[in-house]
Design a protein around this ligand. Structure first.
Ligand SMILES: NC(=O)c1ccc[n+]([C@@H]2O[C@H](COP(=O)([O-])OP(=O)(O)OC[C@H]3O[C@@H](n4cnc5c(N)ncnc54)[C@H](OP(=O)(O)O)[C@@H]3O)[C@@H](O)[C@H]2O)c1
Length: 385
């Protein structure tokens, strides 16, 4: 039996992880849960899974939780430090990192520093701090198993391969809800339309990123640091069926692929049980029903953030932090209905164009660029409104 803690337990990945745990036949013990503001759901998770430590985003929520939850000995904490404490909890064997955005970085690093297995869903931490995380992995002996379906696919294809034999890695993208929409019509798409993803059921931020295809741009950068692959070896193809999660071409011309049902429980289960495989929780793929698997080039005129992410990846330094932060702010503003859908890409592009490259050598450097870019993006959005 392995002990598991989940950072972001009340989110889409967190809930799917607890579902996998629940159906595992007692193979996992939940030790810690870190959530944001969803007290009711955290309370239900605590009643069912009996962790030893929980954390909430805000002190007042942690205080309320303490008042309502007197059942048994449970450490209740809060804030970034609270999530880090959950990540470091000494009984942990596996930490699932599934807080959204740069808020997940410090807890993810805490888990990596502890030298444990980290099932990584929080792609933004790899985007802004890939080299720092990998340096910490080298020192601590931690093991990162990707949860993102594309990266899990690559990880599985590469399990028995030498990285120097890889010629090209292709990340697939569903294309999101606007794959068939014209650029003109896409401009004013609403929050509801952008959140209506045709294939995946996910949290709001990653769903909007999937509509702009920034998600694929972030995943490109994530793949760079997860697998140590040079940018020119990384490509993207639109694959509307979302059945093939990644393609890996080897130097001898063989192409390896990982296919599975379009459900995050598959890569989550793999990350938790690796290197073992357990019984599937979903019905098998039926290829006679799927019939067609299509692949297209990305239209970068329509989805300019994919091209921008590649430029940022090649530029390096502080650029990925600026890209990520500008996108986080713009998506938040779109979700609050303060800006148009097309403003997201415009604003992120303008922030990145005006960004002055700096060296990133520490966590402090990352958070300094994040702070400044957050302010610049807010100012730019004010000016435009
Ligand atoms: N969903 C997917 O299918 C999928 C696939 C691949 C990768 N990912 C990545 O996985 C991560 C999570 O995605 P998601 O879809 O699960 O997002 P989500 O549904 O929005 O869940 C986010 C989780 O993080 C918590 N949280 C947010 N801010 C926090 C903070 N400051 N401190 C502590 N907890 C905080 C939320 O808590 P409350 O809800 O309690 O406020 C929630 O539990 C993202 O980085 C995403 O890109 C997701």
């Amino acid at each position: 039996m392995e002990n598991i803690s989940i950072l972001g337990s009340t989110g889409s990945i967190g809930r799917s992880t607890l579902d996998v745990v629940d159906k595992s036949g007692g193979k996992f013990n939940v030790r810690g849960l870190a959530a944001g503001r969803n007290l009711d759901l955290l309370c239900r998770q605590v009643e069912k899974f009996k962790p030893k430590i929980v954390s909430l985003e805000r002190k007042e929520d942690a205080d309320e939780f303490r008042r309502n939850c007197k059942e048994y000995a449970l450490r209740i904490t809060y804030g970034q430090e609270g999530a880090e404490e959950v990540a470091r909890f000494e009984e942990n064997d596996i930490i699932v990192s599934a807080i959204t955005g740069i808020n997940g970085l410090k807890p993810t690093l805490a888990a990596v520093k502890a030298g444990k297995r980290v099932a990584l869903a929080n792609k933004e931490s790899m985007v802004v701090a890939g080299p720092l995380i990998q340096e910490t992995v080298q020192k601590s002996g931690a093991q990162i198993i990707p949860v993102d379906s594309e990266h899990s696919g690559i990880f599985q294809c590469l399990a028995k391969e030498r990285i120097e034999d890889v010629k090209k890695v292709i990340l697939t993208a569903s294309g999101g809800p606007f794959l068939q929409t014209s650029i003109e019509k896409m401009k004013n798409k609403t929050r509801e339309e952008a959140l209506n993803h045709p294939r995946w059921n996910m949290g709001e931020k990653v769903t909007i990123d999937s509509a702009t295809l920034m998600n694929k741009g972030l995943e490109l950068i994530e793949a760079r640091w997860l697998f140590g692959l040079l940018p020119e070896k990384l490509g993207i193809l639109i694959h509307p069926q979302s059945v093939v999660h990644s393609l890996v071409e080897m130097r001898d011309g063989s192409v390896l692929a990982q296919l599975s049902p379009t459900d995050m429980k598959v890569p989550i289960q793999y990350a938790l049980t690796y290197p073992r495989r357990e019984e599937a929780l979903l019905p098998s793929l039926d290829f006679s029903q799927i019939k067609v698997l299509e692949f297209y080039k990305v239209d970068v005129k329509k989805f300019p953030l994919v091209k921008l992410a590649r430029q940022v990846l090649e530029e390096g330094g502080s650029f990925p932090v600026a890209l990520n932060t500008a996108n986080e702010v713009a998506v938040e503003m779109f979700l609050k209905r303060r800006i148009k859908f097309s403003d997201i890409a415009d604003v992120v592009a303008e922030i990145v164009e005006n960004h002055k490259k700096r060296k990133i050598e520490s966590l402090d450097d990352i958070f300094e660029v994040d702070r400044e870019t957050r302010q610049q993006t807010r100012n730019l959005l004010k000016k435009r409104s």
